[in-house]
Design a protein. Sequence first.
Length: 81
Amino acid sequence: MGGGNGAKAAQKRARNDKKAAPKAASQLKANTAAMSIICNTCKQTFLSTSREPQLTLHAVNKHNSTLPQCFPDFKPAEAAK
């Protein structure tokens, strides 16, 4: 007596499920690469998606200065049309 078709089908399903399963990728490297906004005063980095209010809060609360003084290269993203 050999292995039945049911066992072979179950093994094949298990192999195919393993191949089709999405692999969990870490976002850590992508997030580190996206830290492109740097405060000139304290050199703290911010994600490239940071908006003006967040950067203004940092400048005022941490350094008691203005946004252009801490982030002279920052250009706010234009509103989507």
